[in-house]
Design a protein around this ligand. Structure first.
Ligand SMILES: [Cu+2]
Length: 118
């Protein structure tokens, strides 16, 4: 499978990331994450402990999923052009890696960080 250039952040994604990063009381946050070969955009998401996080995963090309072990998140692999979403509560602080568990995509760089602050 060919390496693809990751797309730039959309205006919506930029706003979503800013909302997660801003000081706030626990709330519901939505993040559109685009996955392709072999990247996620964004590859860093910041939230506060206690936030309810909704990930809307868009597959830009290839066969990919979205896994975040520490929060029991695992979207089944989806095909190019498909979208799948998942929700979880960010109930612990720390830095956690989300990744694609298809083939060796994680090793090839399809991963990102969820940073949960107190
Ligand atoms: Cu993948």
């Amino acid at each position: 499978m060919k390496q693809a250039a990751p797309p730039a952040l959309t205006e919506t994604q930029t706003k979503e990331l800013a909302a997660g990063e801003a000081d706030h009381e626990p709330t519901t946050l939505t993040f559109h994450v685009v996955g392709g070969s072999f990247y996620y955009v964004p590859n860093m998401i910041k939230v506060k402990k206690g936030d309810k996080v909704k990930i809307i995963f868009d597959n830009a090309g290839g066969m990919h999923n979205f896994v975040l072990d520490e929060f029991g998140v695992k979207i089944d692999p989806i095909k190019s052009g498909e979208t799948q979403s998942v929700e979880f509560i960010a109930d612990k602080a720390g830095t956690f890696e989300y990744y694609c568990s298809v083939g060796s995509h994680r090793q090839m760089g399809q991963k990102g960080q969820l940073i949960v602050t107190e």
